[in-house]
Write a protein that binds this ligand. Structure first.
Ligand code: SF4
Ligand code: SF4
Length: 305
């Protein structure tokens, strides 16, 4: 089963939910793979108290023009849909790398094989095991804009794992970046269930509606978590409004000191080795969320294996 945890807005607690849901499945004896696809701000390993290991560079194609072979025909520039090749009159085409999508079309269609394959590193992936949870994480190189290339690389690694052994992991949890852009779409497309995390503010509601539109377009099952639900006393009003809009709620998490402490200490509140208060509001809220998740799985016949 594959669960994507997302949110239209940054800072709503997506990663908090991802690591704690992963921890609860792990506590119940399931093999869990957690993939951090928030490649501009990958911090799952910090919340799990782990280290980044097994660093692998993610290469990105860039065209290299051979002036010895190029006849200046201009075919590559004419067909580049992102206008990443500048061809003026009788000049050699000049690549504008900030516009290049790395599609390789120019390389494939050049009649004189005058475009050579060249690559730049746009970021890295990592793989590690923390608290018996396998974590795969992507990191975009500072100043690079091609975040989707890192997410695609993570998904290629996931496909490889599944093709080699589809039963290796019982539950796969994907943690996305905030927003409703293509990186997020790539990770939502894979999900059996999408869990957007929001907060009871006007910004939270507006961004939730944007991500719900994308989830609806992709035809995915969804259930929302409302984090910091007790913020400023709007909880009931906010939950009622979501219900009126036909949005299903998986659960809500109140403001809670143990959750703040778990952030600071890098130990998920729901990890079975943690010493947080089992009667605390945060702990009970996550427990209820997990029970609701198991009910959804039962009702939809979703199996973890
Ligand atoms: S298609 Fe090939 S030969 Fe023609 S301008 Fe481009 S690189 Fe040069
Ligand atoms: S790789 Fe694609 S986007 Fe980049 S220059 Fe070639 S055709 Fe244009």
């Amino acid at each position: 089963m594959l669960i994507t945890i997302t949110g239209g807005k940054g800072g709503t607690g997506k990663t908090l939910c991802a690591v704690n849901i992963a921890s609860m499945f792990k506590n119940h004896g399931y093999n869990v793979l957690l993939i951090d696809g928030d490649v501009e701000n990958p911090n799952t390993y910090l919340l799990l108290g782990g280290q980044l290991e097994k660093k692998v560079a993610v290469p990105f194609f860039k065209p290299k023009i051979s002036e010895e072979k190029c006849t200046k025909c201009g075919l590559c520039a004419e067909n580049c849909t992102t206008h990443a090749l500048l061809h003026v009159n009788d000049s050699y085409p000049i690549p504008i790398l900030s516009l290049c999508s790395g599609c390789k079309l120019c390389y494939k269609i050049c009649p004189d094989k005058a475009i050579e394959e060249d690559y730049k590193v746009v970021g890295w992936t990592y793989k590690t095991i923390v608290n018996d949870i396998t974590l795969m994480l992507g990191e975009l190189k500072p100043s690079e804009a091609r975040s989707a290339a890192i997410v695609e690389s993570l998904l290629e690694d996931l496909d490889k794992i599944i093709s080699e052994n589809s039963n290796k992991y019982d539950v796969i949890i994907l943690d996305t970046a905030p927003g409703a852009h293509c990186d997020v779409e790539l990770l939502i497309k894979r999900a059996d269930l999408v869990i957007p995390v929001t907060e009871p503010t006007k910004f939270g509601k507006m961004d939730l509606m944007r991500i719900m539109e994308l989830i609806k377009l992709l035809g995915k099952d969804t259930k929302v978590i409302v984090n910091r639900s007790t913020l400023l006393g709007f909880k009931q009003e906010f939950l009622k409004e979501l219900e009126e809009r036909g949005i299903e709620i998986l659960g809500d998490i109140p403001l809670d000191n143990d959750i703040v402490a778990s952030y600071c200490q890098g130990i998920p509140i729901m990890d079975d080795k943690s010493t947080y208060n089992r009667e605390g509001d945060g702990y009970i809220a996550f427990k209820q969320i997990f029970e609701n998740l198991l009910k959804w799985m039962h009702n939809t016949n979703k199996k973890v294996k």
